[in-house]
Design a protein around this ligand. Structure first.
Ligand code: E4P
Length: 217
């Protein structure tokens, strides 16, 4: 399973890339707005210059024609840009058209197996089931990821599954066990994935013992 960072924060992306584990980035209008950033295009282009992998940028308009026009424009921002389109009926039409033009689409806000099935049939490169938001309303978000993986395997779909709306490290483990192609995670969760108190305590002890026998203070 690859890891994407789910953020528009440049410092976090730089750090994740330094750790050698970030294979892509997903953004959305809320994440960009939370950075207080105005120009979506320059933010996405800056991210593309840092990360060598898919960078999702979402349309911010409604209606087939407007989403199509904006999607085509976003796709020109950088060769690694993936256009995020909502999993609606209009979004499906837009996805089919953009995919036919060779533009990579990430169907976002996916909350059902049928939405994911249609996303694949329309030619989406990625589909993003929102695990945490389903958990929030008392449904099993990871069960949806498993369901989509089963369906995609059954029919050999090329669409890659991005487990999204990840809230904690256990979501990452579960997504990996479910066979998800990718999990897109907030920076805090990426930090939590590597953190273990026994590692820290063990390392501190090793270093202290070494300092003692080697005469270092
Ligand atoms: C995915 O591409 C979305 O940006 C993201 O995972 C949404 O997560 P949230 O439910 O924490 O807002």
């Amino acid at each position: 399973m690859r890891i994407f960072l789910d953020t528009a924060n440049i410092a976090q992306i730089r750090q994740g890339v330094k750790w050698g584990v970030v294979a892509g980035v997903t953004t959305n209008p809320t994440l960009v707005a939370s950075e207080g950033l105005k120009d979506y295009k320059s933010v996405v282009q800056e991210i593309c210059a840092i990360v060598d992998g898919p960078v999702s940028a979402e349309v911010t308009v409604e209606g087939v024609d407007a989403m199509l026009a904006q999607g085509r424009d976003i796709a020109k921002w950088h060769e690694n840009v993936v256009v995020k389109i909502p999993a609606t009926a209009e979004g499906l039409e837009v996805t089919a058209k953009l995919a036919a033009e060779g533009i990579k689409v990430n169907m976002t806000l996916c909350f059902s197996a049928n939405q994911a099935l249609l996303a694949a049939l329309a030619g989406a490169a990625f589909v993003s089931p929102f695990v945490g938001r389903l958990d929030d309303i008392g449904q099993d978000g990871m069960a949806l990821v498993k369901e989509i993986m089963d369906i995609y395997k059954e029919y050999d779909f090329d669409t890659e599954v991005i487990a999204a709306s990840i809230r904690h490290p256990m979501h990452c483990t579960a997504a990996a066990k479910a066979g998800s192609d990718i999990a897109t995670v907030p920076f805090k969760v990426l930090e939590q994935m590597m953190k273990h108190p026994l590692t820290d305590a063990g390392n501190a002890r090793f270093l202290a013992d070494w300092r003692r026998v080697s005469g270092q203070s």
